[in-house]
Design a protein around this ligand. Sequence first.
Ligand code: GLV
Ligand code: GLV
Length: 354
Amino acid sequence: GKRRVLVTKKLVGDRWLRELENADCRVEVCESREILSNQQIAEAIGNRCDAVIGQLTEKWNDDLFGVLKKAGGVVYSNFAVGFDNIDIAAATKHGIPVGNTPGVLTEATAEMAVCLTYAAARHLLEANKYLVEGKYKSWLPDLFLGQQIYRKKLGVIGTGRIGSAYALSMVRGNLMDIVYYDKFTNKKMEQQLEQFNQYLKEIGEKPIEYKNAASMEQVIQEADIVSLHPNLDSSTYHLMNAERLQLMKPNAILVNCARGPIIDEAALVEHCKQNPGFAAGLDVFEHEPALAPGLKDLPNVVIVPHIASATFWTRSAMATIASLNIASILKGYPCWSSGDMTPFVGEPGGNGEP
Ligand code: GLV
Ligand code: GLV
């Protein structure tokens, strides 16, 4: 008979559904728009389930993979590029390959990081609020003074697909110098920066400077803007802590479109209170959907609810990849997203390829 595929949230577009139906699957979509508990997911899996498309809000741990395995599950597909919500060792133990959705959300996510950078630099939301609340009585020379970005120094931590797309967009758009931190020199990105410098020379502009910093601290100390793009794992948890925040320039801008726990959010709240000229733009939060006490009341923090990949094209492409991951495994091929996804090959950084 048909294979049963559980989809824990309504997805975007319709191609994903056709891909599963073409692979002889019967698809069941959970109606709830709330975060499902593992108990609820286990009930939805029931005693017969071949595959699941799950969400980054769900904790795919040993117990849940055990439930899926017992129900006959042969693949789990995460509707996200990030996979910090998945216990890969547990999936491996149960022999369940895991897929993610790399590639299609690179530009959308980088564009949101750009949005947040400008919004934080120019008090966009604070100024909008001031206007909407009827406080605008006169043009003033010192109303909402912000930071110019043109020709400043960009700092990027993690130059995988998203980090390097953000870096190139900011550097090319604003002729910025860039200092980045990654395990390896990002040769592909540096080639593109070198080509951009050739162009700058041709038009008589001063070239930009770029370097792979010797340490993360160097990026944090030198840059006017620091954007975080690593995967979340034990090595990047609270990467931006109180000590490192102290190293940043007092008027710097910090951007995070990766994962919330990369920043010690309570320390960030304290830092923003102490440094009114400092600004932050955040798409993700440490205890999502909860915010650290005080965060939403800070005038120098721009926050949006984890929507960096939320464009129509990207979300429907993510859905299609999530279903192709399942269709591939069911047909006996490796996971569509990156070959055999157990263990993951989606290393952060490096040359930016999956
Ligand atoms: C979204 O945060 C994702 O990882 O795709
Ligand atoms: C995620 O897609 C990354 O490698 O940046």
